[in-house]
Design a protein around this ligand. Structure first.
Ligand code: DX5
Ligand code: ZN
Length: 216
């Protein structure tokens, strides 16, 4: 089955955001992945709510918002209002993860949990059936353009086993260093959604690159 593709706007030209979003509208992309970094949870700052709203004003694709921030709860509603269809929070940033997931669902959004490369999928055992997606980091979060971590393949297959064991419908999203070399193998291990930033936006023809990733 062909994966859903979520190009990461982090790799776009921020001075021409409208043009970049319109390009994604014309493409086979299924989502626009929006990376929010706070300089605390991750060692980088990207952008926040006003820029997400600006993206939404032009987007014809749903926004897949990835919150790399500590204490996300007070901001969930604002991101939902800014157009987030999926809201992913980090396992490592949420001491009351179940409550945070409930809050996301209470806003009518799909709830995702993102896990860092060192975080075992077994830690999701008690929450997996409650969430709509797992955003599995295949790089250390904070920057685009990093090298894919190979251990991700076996992690995807362990997560797929957990989802099947629990009879859950949770989708597996892979985020970081995704390209044409690893996409197919990720899909065969069980990935449903592929995030791709630099591979899409640094290519000569991003629309064609998205279409190729989709046929992985
Ligand atoms: C990393 C972000 C990713 C990033 C992916 O912290 O969460 O979504 O934008 O970019 P690439 O595809 O360049 O690794
Ligand atoms: Zn991301």
């Amino acid at each position: 089955m062909s994966p859903l593709i979520a190009p990461s706007i982090l790799a776009a030209d921020f001075a021409n955001l409208q043009t970049e979003v319109e390009m994604l509208n014309r493409s086979a992309a299924d989502y626009i992945h929006v990376d929010i970094m706070d300089g605390v949870f991750v060692p980088n700052i990207s952008f926040g709510i006003p820029v997400t709203e600006a993206i939404q004003r032009h987007a014809k694709k749903p926004l897949d918002v990835h919150l790399m921030i500590v204490n996300p709860d007070p901001y969930l509603e604002a991101f939902r209002r800014a157009g987030a269809e999926n809201i992913s929070v980090h396992y490592e940033a949420c001491p009351h993860l179940h409550r945070t997931v409930q809050a996301i669902h209470g806003l009518g959004a799909k709830a995702g949990v993102a896990i860092n490369p060192h975080t075992s999928v077994s830690l999701l055992e008690e929450i997996i059936a409650e969430i709509d997606l797992v955003c599995m980091m295949s790089v250390n979060p904070g920057f685009g353009g990093q090298k894919f971590i190979e251990n991700t393949y076996s992690k995807v297959s362990r997560l797929k086993d957990l989802i099947l064991k629990k009879g859950a419908a949770t989708k597996i999203e892979i985020d970081g260093g995704v390209n044409e070399q690893n996409a197919q193998k990720l899909v065969s291990e069980g990935a449903d959604i592929l995030v791709a930033g630099s591979f899409v936006f640094s290519s000569a023809d991003p629309v064609a690159t998205i279409a190729r990733l989709k046929s992985s």
